[in-house]
Design a protein around this ligand. Structure first.
Ligand code: BES
Ligand code: MN
Ligand code: MN
Length: 462
């Protein structure tokens, strides 16, 4: 039996204004704020301006904060007074590139509802999940003229390109951003109708490996056999990165890996998860990975080392007999507590230097990184999250883990000293970063109700 419920006044307002909320989300989704592409810089700025205007309209004091990259939206409502606690809500208004465009059923930046799903680039990652908080806050101010806690909304435009300017922004604005808790909706629920609190994120150490041989490409008949081939050398290097058990074979890689808390592993084991269904969904002939771990453990609790891209030699139509002069690989490691991306980058560089065959020069360049994170799963914010999700969905949330990364989460804890609550409203199969990205309309609606409830319950718990 559940006793938690959504406050009736807020619930009525959200219900009455639902079609406005949807229209506004559509307007947000129509702005192609692709952070990775310089030709979309103006669109990123319009998305930021649009969001800031909506927050102003809701009753916040909002402004764009300039960074060397895309602007940050910073909105504040401090009417609860200096004695009251402050919550910070974080999200990102930037989106991944929409390519390949031809694989979308409806155009990426022309949102469409089909079968209860809102299809558009950014619908779930993260505009829909960010905007549901804005509407929840607006409901409080519209119905009651006040909020029981102070609220800061911080939305960045560079999450999908590594949040390069956010850490510096947090450091520089530490006092202004001081808060008692951070709330983020940028993740998925375990299953439809199963609200979820995310207990961990993996970190990331992303490098590029360049292998250079000869001065230029060579005739593969005139030189082949006497000159070391960089493509083969790179393949050799990559083949040394795992042992036969699927463990990462880079010296020191596991040194800082902490054991996973037994009670969290226990909770994970209770989640209904069918590995064969998962295999079927991804479409691979068989699953792989580190021996001795379940699929969920591999995804959520174990570090990895993966090739993300490979480039060398002739890849056009037909055959060209050539020895490439260079080869390149993009390699990323997902990390778990307490691995440090900087340390792992160095370990990869040392490993490559050790195993690279003579006759080529191999270099490793760090691209970006993020720290792993694990939640405490206790305290007033966590309890308020449990209550709010139970109120909205009528079901106690499960605790999940995550294989992806939100690098800034660790920074929030480290720089602002505040606990982070991750309550996501995405769903498995939502196609984030892929064609036909969608958010469930039901979850957008329930997300607003949960977000509105969270604010009240946090004020009570404190
Ligand atoms: N929202 C995602 C991360 C995510 C996905 C968290 C699913 C939980 C569940 C975020 O926008 C993202 O894509 N992060 C990148 C980070 C990278 C660009 C540094 C990732 O995980 O690849
Ligand atoms: Mn995201
Ligand atoms: Mn993303």
């Amino acid at each position: 039996m559940t006793t938690a419920s959504v406050p009736a006044d807020l619930d009525a307002h959200l219900k009455a204004n639902y079609s406005n909320a949807l229209d506004e989300l559509f307007a947000f989704l129509r702005i192609p704020s692709v952070s990775a592409r310089s030709e979309h810089a103006a669109d990123c700025r319009s998305a930021a301006t649009w969001l800031s205007d909506r927050l102003t309209h809701a009753g916040f004091t909002s402004a764009l904060m300039e960074t060397p990259g895309h602007p940050i939206v910073l909105a504040e409502w401090r009417g609860a007074g200096a004695e009251a606690p402050t919550l910070l809500i974080y999200g990102h208004y930037d989106v991944q590139p929409a390519e390949p465009l031809e694989l979308w059923t409806s155009p990426a930046f022309e949102p469409q509802v089909r079968d209860g799903r809102i299809y558009a680039r950014g619908s779930v990652d993260d505009k829909g999940q960010l905007y549901l908080h804005v509407k929840a806050l607006e409901a409080h101010l519209a119905v009651r003229g006040t909020l029981p806690v102070n609220v800061i909304v911080l939305a960045e435009g560079e999450e999908e390109v590594g949040s390069e300017n956010l850490e510096q922004f947090l450091e520089a604005n530490r006092e202004r951003l001081r808060c008692d808790g951070v709330v983020i909706s940028d993740s998925t629920m375990f299953a439809p109708g199963t609200p979820s609190i995310l207990s961990s994120l993996r970190g990331l150490a992303y490098v590029e490996i360049n292998v250079r041989g000869s001065n230029s490409d060579l005739h593969s008949g005139m030189y082949g056999g006497a000159v070391v081939n960089p493509a083969m050398a790179l393949a050799q290097i990559l083949s040394t990165m795992h042992d036969a058990q699927g463990r990462v074979a880079i010296d020191g890689f596991y040194d800082d890996v902490k054991a996973w808390p037994e009670h969290v592993r226990e909770q994970m084991r209770t989640l209904p998860f069918n590995e064969e269904e998962f295999r079927h969904e991804v479409g691979s002939p068989a699953l792989g990975g580190e021996a001795g771990y379940s699929v969920l453990e591999r995804l959520w609790t174990r570090p990895t080392c993966e090739v993300n891209g490979l480039l060398s030699g002739y890849t056009g139509e037909g055959a060209k007999t050539v020895l490439p002069a260079v080869a390149m690989a993009k390699v990323s490691c997902r990390l778990v507590p307490d691995q440090d991306p900087r340390v792992v980058e160095k370990l990869i560089a040392a490993h490559v230097a050790r195993v690279a065959p003579p006759g080529v020069i191999a270099t490793v360049t760090a691209l970006h990184g993020g720290r792993p994170w694990r939640a405490e799963l206790s305290g007033p914010l966590h309890e308020a999250g449990v209550f709010a999700l139970e109120a909205a969905f009528g079901k106690t949330p499960v605790v999940t883990g995550e294989g992806g990364s939100i690098p800034v989460v660790g920074d929030f804890e480290r720089i602002l000293g505040a606990p982070v609550l991750l309550m996501g409203f995405g769903l498995p199969g939502e196609n984030a970063h892929a064609p036909d990205e969608w958010i469930s309309e039901e979850n957008f609606r329930q997300g607003m109700r949960a977000a509105a409830t969270l604010i009240d319950q946090y004020a009570v718990n404190r």
